[in-house]
Design a protein around this ligand. Structure first.
Ligand code: HEM
Ligand SMILES: *[C@@H]1O[C@H](CO)[C@@H](O)[C@H](O)[C@H]1NC(C)=O
Length: 650
């Protein structure tokens, strides 16, 4: 009996081993035929079991500094190792071969640009996006005809009119945020240390998207309009979603959305029917938030639809109104007999609305957060930014300046350079997935040679690496070769360093700078795909494919300008009035700092800077987007002219 079972197990095992071996042999043969350099790795990085095992294995491996063979099986190697493996292998594109599936990694601008241009040959691997369909199909999670359909309807709402709204709303919310920090006393208080910046940036970007996206006015906690203070609503504020629980709901709008985003992973990963019945507090909360927010969105959608039908939507143009209109939801049919033609279902409209929040909220918030952190670490760059802002605003309050005139100037100034440089170093989307389909290998030019990407290959455009590829970016010597910014990558140049000045062209280069590459691609413009370059004409233009924080080509970010305008507004608002400094509380008290000479101040400031640099290397991780996963960076906001650390740091 026992021996029969043992024998059966043995046979099963042998069959399994044979299957793994055959798969591996097939994958290896494809890699050999591809003409692309390859390395063999033990695991496919997204294998389900390996994904779980990595959570335990990766920190241990990193701590013990065991390297090479294992490294490239970790899903986060792109962030942690950056350009190093490409340099080690001496190639900007390589394959990894594992028993499960071949992968192609590329940090080569030209290869990236071929892949993003040929959208039918290199589609998105849809299985990766399956989980974010929680409220229905949408523009991020679809491909082919379905994607074209979604994109055509979802892109017109992202208009300059809406961006103007983003600008105004961001400035108003910035004011509320700063008022709150300074306890409403922005006049007298000269400085304030903030440890909640990451959370505040999240709140800010969430409120901006709520307002510009859905016309929902959320009040910054502790501000006048906060109904918890017993403040009576003014007419204007009555559109504000109060923290109260609306009729027919068990959660307030704010709590539902907050909880939904906080517990996104549960909702994304656990099947809905299971989530509903799991006995844990977190999963119950996650399920409730999912239901409640969906209900709020649905009500809002119905309200807007009704308002448009009555012609009562006014001249506000939030994304939702534009989406509802664009989808033909409110059109009468021509004869009045057949049902009106609706191009997106109600469910799809809500699916897209959710995706706008998911795609636009964390990404933008983290960019704001890290812009401020980098500027605190780089005093000279901060002063340069402030000088440019003074030149642009000439003493006028930022919120009273003309949007159309100001924004292009900001894009072309140090503010645009800071934005570009922050997204170069900490692009929220660390790697962009593409694929080849089963049975369809694809030819591609690599360094002038025609190679073949194998069929069923998982392709990763390595954002963090191509942004630091010395073959594509002008470089200088590292700031301090003894103390590299990153322990592995680009040890012999300055590409790991935050240097917004690298984007500023001298006046001669400026006059010869090429115009934005405005491709007259009819299909692209029809789908609202912005083919113009990512950066202002007044700034350095990296080669096509070398700078992809918003991806590139057809599937590039729909909210690019939305995000850029929001970040520029925050930079303009804060740095026209304040300076931002690293906190040194861990090393000296305020009184001690007061008594220090410049040398002593420089020393503790440097300690603080080293610590923040360590956090940025070691404590970051990308669950949905790249952000600090533990701890926080404390920053001190001081009125301009009251700085404590004001030496030239270069
Ligand atoms: C700094 C901020 C942002 C960054 C770095 C960013 C980055 C990206 C990237 C890399 C992609 C391509 C993703 C992929 O191929 O899987 C993408 C797509 C997208 N983003 Fe953004 N994004 C930002 C802000 C926003 C905002 C504010 C919105 C909306 C309000 C938004 C909406 C979208 C949508 C709808 C897509 C899918 C487009 C399509 O597939 O046709 N993003 N974004
Ligand atoms: C600009 O901001 C100040 C301070 O919050 C406010 O008093 C003023 O009304 C704002 N101006 C405009 C045009 O919104």
């Amino acid at each position: 009996m026992f021996s029969t079972v043992a024998l059966a197990l043995l046979v099963l095992f042998a069959l399994y081993a044979l299957k793994i071996y055959t798969q591996f042999a097939r994958n290896l043969a494809a890699a050999k035929n591809s003409g692309i350099p390859y390395v063999i790795v033990p695991f496919y990085q997204s294998n389900r079991f390996w994904l779980l095992a990595q959570i335990i294995v990766e920190p241990v491996v990193r701590k013990l500094r065991i390297s090479s063979w294992f490294d490239l099986s970790f899903i986060e190697w792109g962030w942690h190792m950056r350009y190093e493996p490409f340099k080690r292998f001496g190639t900007d594109t390589f394959l990894t071969v594992s028993p499960e599936r071949n992968q192609l990694y590329t940090a080569d601008a030209d290869v990236i640009s071929q892949i993003t241009t040929r959208r039918n040959d290199f589609p998105k691997p849809l299985e990766v996006y399956e989980s974010i369909k929680i409220y229905g199909n949408n523009v991020v999670t679809s491909e082919g005809q379905l994607w074209r359909h979604h994109r055509k309807i979802t892109s017109p709402p992202f208009s300059e009119k809406n961006n103007h709204l983003v600008w105004t709303e961001t400035l108003e919310l910035c004011q509320a945020m700063v008022n709150r920090w300074f306890d409403g006393d922005t006049g007298k208080t000269e400085s304030k240390t903030i440890f909640t910046l990451a959370d505040d940036a999240m709140r800010l970007s969430l409120y901006v998207i709520s307002r510009a996206g859905f016309g929902v006015h959320l009040q910054w906690p502790g501000t006048e309009g906060d109904h918890r203070n017993g403040h009576v609503k003014t007419e204007e504020e009555s559109t504000a979603k109060s923290p109260e629980i609306a009729q027919g709901h068990t959660m307030s709008y704010t709590d539902a959305l907050g909880s939904l985003l906080h517990n996104t992973l549960w909702v994304l990963l656990v099947p809905r029917f299971l989530l509903k019945h799991l006995p844990f507090q977190t999963t119950k909360q996650a399920y409730l938030a999912f239901i409640e927010w969906g209900k709020y969105m649905d009500e809002m959608f119905q309200e807007k639809k009704a308002a448009i039908l009555k012609g009562e939507e006014g001249d506000t143009l939030d994304l939702m109104i534009a989406l509802v209109k664009g989808a033909g939801t409110t059109k009468e049919s021509s004869t009045g007999k057949e049902p009106p033609i609706q191009t997106l279902t109600d469910q799809e409209i809500i699916g897209n609305a959710f995706i706008f929040i998911l795609a636009g909220h964390e990404t933008t918030a983290n960019s704001i957060h890290f812009c401020l952190v980098f500027l605190a670490m780089n005093i000279a760059a901060q002063r340069h930014l402030q000088a440019d802002l003074d030149e642009i605003f000439k003493g006028r309050p930022v919120n009273e300046s003309d949007y159309e005139a100001i924004v292009p100037k900001l894009f072309g100034s140090m503010a645009g350079a800071v934005l570009n440089e922050e997204l170069r170093l900490v692009a929220p989307v660390v790697s962009i997935p593409k694929s080849t389909t089963k049975d369809s290998p694809q030819n591609i030019e690599i360094g002038g040679k025609t190679c073949t990407v194998p069929a069923d290959c998982y392709i990763v455009l390595m954002t963090a690496a191509v942004h630091r590829n010395p073959n594509h970016w002008p470089t200088g010597p590292p700031e301090n070769p003894e103390k590299p910014t990153h322990p592995l990558s680009n040890l012999d140049n300055d590409l790991e360093e935050f240097k917004p000045e690298r984007w500023i062209l001298d006046s001669e280069a400026k006059s010869t700078a090429s115009m934005p590459n405005q491709e007259t691609d009819m299909e692209a413009s029809h789908l609202g795909v912005n083919t113009a370059a990512d950066t202002s004409a007044a700034l350095y233009r990296p080669p096509k494919g070398a700078y992809i924080p918003f991806s590139e080509g057809y599937r590039s970010c729909i909210g690019r300008r939305f995000a850029q305008v929001e970040i520029l507004a925050v930079l303009a608002f804060i740095f026209s009035q304040y300076s931002v400094e690293l906190t040194v509380d861990a090393y000296a008290s305020d009184e001690e700092v007061e008594k220090m000479d410049d040398q002593a101040k420089f020393e503790i400031w440097n300690k603080a800077r080293d610590e923040v640099n360590r956090q940025m290397n070691e404590d970051m991780g990308s669950i949905i987007t790249l952000q600090l996963r533990k701890g926080a960076v404390g920053l001190r906001f001081v009125k301009r002219g009251k700085e404590r650390f004001d030496f030239n740091t270069k």
